[in-house]
Design a protein around this ligand. Sequence first.
Ligand code: ATP
Length: 249
Amino acid sequence: QPAGISQILVQHITDSTNSQLLQRLQTGQMLEPGTVIVAEAQSAGRGRRGRSWYSPFGSNLYFSCYWRLEQGVPAAMGLSLVVALAVCRLLHNQYAINAKVKWPNDIYVNNSKLAGILVELSGQVDAGCDVVIGIGLNISMSEQSSQHIDQPYTDLRSEMMQHIDRNILIVRLQQQLVNVLKEFSANGFAHFVTEYNQHDLYANRKVSLLGKSPIVGICRGVDKQGGIIIDNGSTTDVYYGGELSLRPG
Ligand code: ATP
């Protein structure tokens, strides 16, 4: 195996590639960090908080990667953002696509959702923890997909005129992801703040942060831990946590 490449397991159809990796971890299988599962389709692809990720057959990417987060749970907030940056770097460097990140877990191109990220923790959390990083990325969606997705979305085929070799995309994504995860382990999220802010979908725009009670203000990017900074005119506050959703204000 070339340096930096660990196993890639390929499945035809599965419930969810994240669930497959989580099950392997829960049944005590030893996995090499960087191990990936991909599938042609998912019957129960997941988004955040019980939402679903529409995952039909037809050459899309349903990708999950195991990683060991030595920094422990406090770093998990920054993790989904650095994963998003790995996808942005890949799209920019290899496919000349300028992607944006909607905090904390979605990738947009031309204001439409191209990819979603779902980071899940597994097992006991002590000094470090096992994480599964799921990435669903649309490569070639059929017309009927619009019946299943209740927001603007796009696919790579619509964003570029050239054929996408999915196998090459998978290997490149794994390499880019592992590189970024190593960078994150070595330097923490602070190292990525400037890069994140260059890709922020809502930079300096009015947003609503939906949680227990909605917060409205101007989005000022992220802080050193990956929390979102909202300026409400009189104070600037930072919000963390996976239960929050950002929308245009
Ligand atoms: P949040 O801001 O809370 O993350 P979200 O709507 O982006 O909100 P996610 O859990 O990230 O929610 O993603 C799930 C949502 O993404 C679904 O509810 C649906 O609207 C949309 N979606 C589902 N499948 C796809 C797909 N293949 N491509 C693009 N968007 C999809």
